[in-house]
Design a binder for this molecule. Sequence first.
Ligand code: XUL
Ligand code: CO
Length: 431
Amino acid sequence: MSDFFKGMEPLRHDPEAKGVAFRSYDPDEVLMGKRMEDHLRFAVAYWHSFAWPGGDPFGGQTFERPWFGDTMEAARLKADVAFEMFEILGQPYFCFHDADIRPEGADFAESRRNFEEIIDLFEQKMETSRTRLLWGTANLFSHRRFMAGAATNPDPDVFAWSAATVKTCLEATHRLGGENYVLWGGREGYETLLNTDMGREREQAGRFLNMVVEHARKIGFTGSILIEPKPQEPTKHQYDYDVATIYGFLKDFGLEDEVKVNIEQGHAILAGHSFEHELALARELGIFGSIDMNRNDYQSGWDTDQFPNNVPEVALAYYEVLKAGGFDTGGTNFDARLRRQSLNPEDLIAAHAGAMDVCARGFKAAAAMLEDGVLEEMRHARYAGWEAPEAKAMLTSDLDSIAQRVEAEGINPVPRSGRQEILENIVNHYV
Ligand code: XUL
Ligand code: CO
């Protein structure tokens, strides 16, 4: 037991609480026939909470954590503190990259041994903890060997290293009972087209992803394989730009039934979309998987990975999640970090507790909007004309017969209101 959180007690649901507590989130509250905890499936991101030193482009570390350092002893202390935080928050899941949890070794084999030793420790801790693994992933972007990408690297040795790394991380995820495996294409993209063979890099990425799917099957991993879209940052252009781009890529490599998406709020905004756009599209394409619920600063335009605090935005996002039938293997991962001046252990707890409250409020609003059905009724009414047999028949006919009908029946469209302001007013009643 470390003394990092100084004996802080597990958080309780208390709407009147003065200190840190869940004011809105009650894991046991039942909505639409299911407990809130089982709807929202919150996860803590190991990298931001325990591995991030607080740097920005103008300055380095601001956090001083007793587990910072490149030793196995430090990695074990980090794991102890992580599971102590999970105990305080009571969230059901966590997520990690290999590099978050172990020190880098002198070569691949040493890194793997370090990693597997910490996975053993996680396995032990998970026997008594109620925290489960939402997803595992590989960090194929921080070390300088990945500066020109991982699977898309011009150097086949980096492709090999990346394949070996993903195999190790996928197997560890499987061992811990992880429900998903995520691939965020960290530096899978380019800085300049002048030195880039885009066609070749795309082929490499397609084959790589197929190998991941094949290996998952081979080891009996039944969770979901998820790609996380992001348009740029760190590279100037990333190949996994957004949901639509990923779908095209999956179709091209025959993977549209094998791989889904992990959609991050901040990444959607960077791509020039709203979060709900990305969620709705993934649902319509049948590739919705999971979410990273962290926002960016709208003024700076950077991927600032802040905890969510905008209830109306979150409500619209969960509305789309609920329309997709809710989470299956997915969940709500806080891929979010503290601001670099938030030095105290309590800040880490308060950030997550506040985020869970915001999500709970947004989720409740979304559930109410869906249950009341007004929005769906109005959407349905807008397309009601398509219920007519002659309208349906058009979709299987041809231009000649449609043109004939337009003249024979004197078709002359009457514009109708899209009723946007009324719809927005309705949403505002709920949030
Ligand atoms: C980076 C990002 C990653 C992925 C996991 O912007 O979101 O943390 O979620 O690699
Ligand atoms: Co993310």
